[in-house]
Write a protein that binds this ligand. Structure first.
Ligand code: 13P
Ligand code: SF4
Length: 303
């Protein structure tokens, strides 16, 4: 293991590369990562870095977002198969059909878990950590939200008097968590707080003590006076919390809450990507020019 870590670090120096890793990646990837975090943090780092190469240890839409923000840089995805099953639920045509069902003046917010094509025809982007802030910043009473119906519904539940029309997309990993799992876990660990990701079903988030993004959950667990936490999101979050916080207990809501696409990458894939400069992400220039507007608007309100 140390051998491959050293080889990757050497290549990073030689090629002026950085590695961005999402918290759902296999935890050993952190050994070579320059930045580890949630979608918002990683897109902020992708926009800021002065490296020549970005290796994105995450899923396809994340690498695509990095490329849109830094078109002059080489952005590499270690394995091309790592797509996002939610992002795949909405194509450009499906977005157009969805929009056509409503008043054409209604703005459209898209979750960052979407393709560049979809972003290119939306008004503003958001991640799970700033969705509420983004929607508030629009100052409207009605809007469309794609593709995650549950994140959209959660935002609506946090606002008085704003109608959010949601597209019927969802995350198959987070939807494995049922309300009965929360009730069972609370019985098993009566002193634990429940921390949930807003991609979970609305009936699940209603039962949580705290709802937030990957980083939001980790920050809450670190800063809370609580000593035990039931984590209702992907296993990578629990792996990192257990590694970093030794005096608290973390329970994954149930076994196998795993995003299979996030777990594809290994250290060997990262080494190969950097060595061969392979799986370069290319985004059509016209699409990129339109999509960057909706991502930058989000970064503006998240400073
Ligand atoms: P975060 O915004 O919390 O990083 O979530 C990204 C994601 O894909 C969750 O499934
Ligand atoms: Fe997509 Fe769900 Fe995986 Fe996140 S956890 S990358 S939303 S499939």
């Amino acid at each position: 293991m140390n051998d491959i870590v050293e080889k990757i670090n050497k290549l990073k120096r030689e090629k002026n590369a950085v590695i961005l890793a999402h918290c759902y990646q296999n935890v050993e990837i952190d050994k070579v990562a320059d930045y580890v975090g949630d979608s918002l943090y990683l897109s902020q780092m992708a926009a800021k870095t002065d490296a020549d190469i970005i290796v994105f240890a995450g899923v396809y839409f994340m690498a695509q977002t990095a490329k849109i923000l830094s078109p002059q840089k080489k952005v590499l995805l270690p394995t091309l198969e790592s797509g996002c099953r939610m992002a795949d639920m909405i194509t450009l045509n499906q977005l157009r059909e969805f929009k056509a069902r409503f008043d054409k003046n209604l703005p459209v917010v898209c979750y960052v878990n979407s393709t560049a094509e979809v972003k290119s025809e939306c008004d503003m982007c958001c991640t799970s950590s700033n969705a509420l802030q983004v929607v508030k910043s629009m100052g409207v009473k009605e809007l469309l939200f794609v593709p995650d119906t549950y994140l959209g519904k959660w935002v609506e539940s946090q606002l008085e008097d704003v109608k959010v029309h949601t597209y019927p997309g969802f995350c198959p990993t987070h939807l494995q968590i049922r309300p009965s799992d929360i009730l069972d876990a609370r019985k098993k660990y009566p002193n634990a707080l429940v921390l949930a990701h807003p991609e979970c079903h609305s009936e699940v988030v209603k039962l949580a003590d705290y709802v937030g993004s990957t980083t939001g959950i980790m920050k809450y667990a670190k800063e809370s006076d609580g000593k035990e936490f039931i984590i209702a999101t992907e296993k990578g979050v629990v792996d990192r919390l257990e590694r970093d916080i030794k005096d608290k207990k973390f329970y994954l809501i149930k076994e196998n809450i795993i995003c299979p696409n996030m777990k594809i990458n290994t250290l060997t894939d990262i080494y190969n990507a950097l060595e061969n400069e392979e799986h370069e992400i290319i985004v059509d220039e016209e699409i990129s020019k339109k999509a960057v507007h909706c991502i930058n608007r989000m970064l503006e309100v998240s400073k």
